[in-house]
Structure formats: structure tokens, C-alpha cells
Design a protein around this ligand. Sequence first.
Ligand SMILES: Cc1ncc(C[n+]2csc(CCOP(=O)(O)OP(=O)(O)O)c2C)c(N)n1
Ligand SMILES: [Mg+2]
Length: 401
Amino acid sequence: MPSEQWTHPEPGDGPAAVAAQPSPEQVIAGLRATSEGGAELTQLLTPEGQRVPSERFDRYVEDVDDETLKNLYRDMVLVRRADREANAMQRQGQLGIWVPLLGQEAAQVGSGRALQPRDMAFPSYREHGVAYTRGVDMRELIGIFRCTDHSGWDYQAHRFHPYTIVIGNQVLNAAGYAMGQKFEGKVGDEGGEATICYFGDGATSQGDVHEGFVWAAVYDAPLVFFCQNNQWAISEPTERQSRLPLYQRARGYGFPGIRVDGNDVLACLAVTRWALEECRHGNGPVLIEAFTYRMDAHTTTDDPTRYRLSDELEEWKLKDPIERVRAFLARNGYADQAFFDSVQAEADQFAAELRDYTFNMPEPPPDRVFSQVYAEPSPVLEAQREEYLSYLDGFAAAGEH
Ligand SMILES: Cc1ncc(C[n+]2csc(CCOP(=O)(O)OP(=O)(O)O)c2C)c(N)n1
Ligand SMILES: [Mg+2]
């Protein structure tokens, strides 16, 4: 921890009332550490697209050649384009709500691409980019926001759990799942399994997250806690939720924590690969704080101009996750304008198909709400279904008169 940052004095270090007062410089240093990246930020690609060597993490991206980087660029452009399309569709009344991921493409694509097919992922509700890397079709996902579906993809096939709206709750599910992987002997060597769990900065204030940390720690569960610190929990900034950078909390639970530049896809890939390897070999859990920024509203029902200044957004635009990869590819001659144009055209097509699908999405049958609730049929639910269907029949009969 940088020395200038304030921490509570040790008991007995002078009169408490005096000793517990941080100096103005220490207050500012603490705020900077929670709201700016700080020296501890692991970065492999600067916002200007310069490659920064890293003794510790370069080995985790040795195989990333220009083709792989172009694929990561393409992933991010497609995901962003779909996100913007969905946002527009909500504005046109085609979706009930949308949860934008704008700005978080690198954190999601980098960490998602670090996973092996056998690993399991637990998302919150903003992880459309991770869903994409797990092979969940954006069309499978859009139904949630058109209110026709409840995360209906096959989560075992994709190894990607349903979305969780209850803040932090998926951390408990993930801790239990990872403990199961441990109990079943699926960790310990190269072929080992791991779990990754996504949550936000605000979620770290929830009891569920604390409990998940405790259980995963004491059982050495193969679990990567992936916190996307996008600086905001709706209108609550991170510095109102923590006295120290979030990754440092891991120490109190007895596992490693690391802060990565969440707008750097290469660093997110490297650090997540490292963390997953630790977990696979039985050295889990690990906390990753991906330092990023929510560039759009919390959801389409939110207006961020009510609680944050636009200069903050302008500052983060300069750290855009896609632009730095574009700069790196172009500067090194790995990609030309034709490549960037073709990716854009593909993204436009991707978005057009999403729109087309959404507009023509079949209405689910009314009794769908009763299906896929339990693995086995339930008499109580079956009775409710019958009652609901006969209630609906009443309308049909009334219409005949
Ligand atoms: C248990 C619970 N409390 C409150 C809410 C309302 N809520 C929805 S999102 C949110 C903020 C979450 O912020 P963060 O964890 O930083 O994730 P982000 O939305 O920034 O990705 C809150 C308080 C909720 N969904 N669940
Ligand atoms: Mg947040």
C-alpha cells in the first residue's frame, strides 16, 4: 500500500482523537487510490496503444499474436455494436429495459476469453460481453430485456449461469459451485477446472459477497472473483463505498488481490489467465479488480447527468478500450483500414440481425412462466398452471359472445 495513503493508526499510537485524523494529503491520496488507477494498476497496453512489458504477466499472453489481437478487437467491436443497438431498441419501445456495457468491453472480453470451455462463469446482469465469449447468442439474451424470457440458455452447455439481478447473490452461488469442483477433485493440475464470478464495485458492500469470500477462502475454492469496478453503483461512487482500493480487501480474507486496467483487453486476458491457473492448481481463490468505467447510464431507466459531471466521462473516453487496440494494430502495421472497415461492416450486420430477430421474436405461450421452474414436475405449480389457463380461457369465451 502506498505510504501516503491513510490507514487507521494501530491501537496505542497516541491519543485516538488526534491520531485518527488523516491529513488533507492523505485523504486525497486515499480518494485517488479508489477513484484513479494508481501505481498498482497492471497494464500491458496504454490508452495510447503502447505495449508495456510486464515481467510478471507477459508469459500469460505469449501466444497472443497480431491475429489473436485482431480477434479480440473484433470481439469488442461486435459486442459494443450490439450493446448500442439494444440501447436504441429500448428507446424505441422494443425492449422493456437495457443494461449498457459501454466502456466495459475489454474487461469482459479479456476475462471471458481467458476461460477454458470447462470452466464455469457466474454473471450479474451487465455481462453481455462475457455471454458472447461463452457462445451465448445475443438473440438468446435479448429476450430477458424484452421480458419474454428468464435467461433461457442452456447454462451447462455454455458453462455460463443465468443472469442475477439481486446484487452480489451470484457470489454465493459461485462459491458453492467452486467448492463442489474442489470436493469432486477437479482441481490440482493443468486439466483442472475453475469458476469465475462477476460482480460490481457496489456489490462489494453486500453481505453475500463477504460471505462468498469467506467460504471460498477457507475451502481454497478454485474461484476467481472478477470485480468490474466501473466507478459507480447507480449514483453511488466507489469512494463512498470503500476506504481503500477494492483489490486490497482480498488480503483480509487471506487470498491474493490484484488491480488490472479493465480497459486493457490484453492485461485483462493475462491477469485472468494467471488467476485461473492459480485456481486450477488449488491456489484459489483470487480477487481481480478490473478498473474500468461505466460510460453510459446504469440502465436505460437512469439519467447519469443528474449525479456526475461530464468531464469525468470525457476523461475516460481517452482511455477507451477499443481505441487503444486499434492504435496498437495500426501503428505496428498489423491491420489496415480495410480490416477496420470489414469489422465495422460485420458489426453492423450483427446488429441488424439482432434487431430483426427482436422485432420478430415470437411471443412465448402464457404458460411458459410455469415451465423450467423445477427439474421435476410440481403438483402445486401444475395446479396453478391449470388455474391460470382456465382463467385465460374465460376471456376467450367472453369474446365469443
Ligand atoms: C440486493 C439488491 N439491492 C439493491 C438492488 C438495486 N440495485 C440494482 S443495480 C445496483 C447497483 C450495483 O452496482 P455495482 O455492483 O457497482 O454494479 P454495476 O451496476 O455498476 O455493474 C443496485 C443497488 C438490487 N438489485 N439488489
Ligand atoms: Mg459499479
